[in-house]
Design a protein around this ligand. Structure first.
Ligand code: SF4
Length: 255
């Protein structure tokens, strides 16, 4: 019997190739250098698809992630594109709410993710047709319905590992000798910004270490899934004030 991971690898490779045929140059890899992201980069590089590999450098990344960027650049001979937040928007947000505003509530945390991640990505992706992510359904409840190809938004989101298990990812990584983010060996199972991520305890959800002080919110930053309506409205109010002070256009409040 063919092991499941083999067929999933074949399916992922087929999807990567199909995406390249459909979207050509208007395609990118978006990664934060977790295990899944490194698998995606490897699949794309092995297929010799020359599309930009991008990461969002929020300004709050752990040093180990910055090391991973260099490791990936050296392994594949590429330059990772760093998507940066607007410095004026960051300055306005920090002056209004403080640098560590995310500990104050879900709306403040969403504001920070919006300014440091969602808006910079939306600016960079404007006009782009599609991007690859390493999302897997098994990662959390909020990701349980992830489609391999999600055409509901723009750009199209392609998740070749949507049906992979954590064991599939580990097996592929081992087989290909892929580099691993150093924080995994410190007990992390999901890795984001330094102040918002911790190691997890045995038996905890894979994303339990993200914004661990929040008890009733999805462990999502708004890049792939929107916060609920009540939080979204509060974030919009905060964001309007930030953009006014920053002198940014009012557009993008619901990006
Ligand atoms: Fe801000 Fe934390 Fe979101 Fe990073 S993960 S953008 S520091 S709230």
């Amino acid at each position: 019997m063919v092991p499941a991971v083999t067929s999933r690898v074949d399916s992922a490779k087929a999807l990567v190739a199909a995406a390249s045929r459909e979207f050509g140059d208007s395609l990118a890899v978006l990664t934060s250098f977790q295990r899944e992201g490194v698998v995606i980069i490897d699949l794309v590089m092995q297929a010799e698809i020359r599309v930009p590999v991008m990461t969002i450098d929020t300004g709050r990344l752990p040093a180990a992630t910055l090391e991973m960027i260099e490791t990936i650049e050296a392994r594949y001979g590429i330059t990772v594109e760093r998507i940066l937040p607007d410095p004026n928007e960051v300055a306005a947000m920090v002056s209004q709410h403080g640098r560590d505003l995310f500990y104050e509530g879900i709306a403040q945390r969403s504001l920070c993710c919006n300014v440091r991640k969602v808006r910079p990505l939306a600016r960079r992706m404007a006009g782009m047709a599609a991007y690859f992510t390493g999302l897997r359904r098994e990662q959390s409840e909020s990701r349980a319905a992830v489609e391999a190809v999600d055409r509901t938004g723009s750009p199209v989101r392609i998740s070749p590992l949507a049906d992979w298990t954590a064991e599939d990812v580990a097996a592929y990584s081992l087989a290909q000798g892929l580099p691993e983010h150093p924080l995994y060996s410190a007990g992390y199972t999901s890795i984001g910004c330094d102040p918002c991520t911790r190691a997890v305890n045995p038996g905890e959800d894979e994303r339990a270490g993200r914004w661990w002080w929040e008890t009733d919110a999805d462990k999502e930053c708004g890049l792939h899934f929107s916060p609920d309506g009540r939080v979204e409205r509060t974030v919009d109010v905060f964001l309007r004030d930030v953009l006014t002070q920053a002198g940014s256009a009012k557009q993008g409040l619901s990006e």
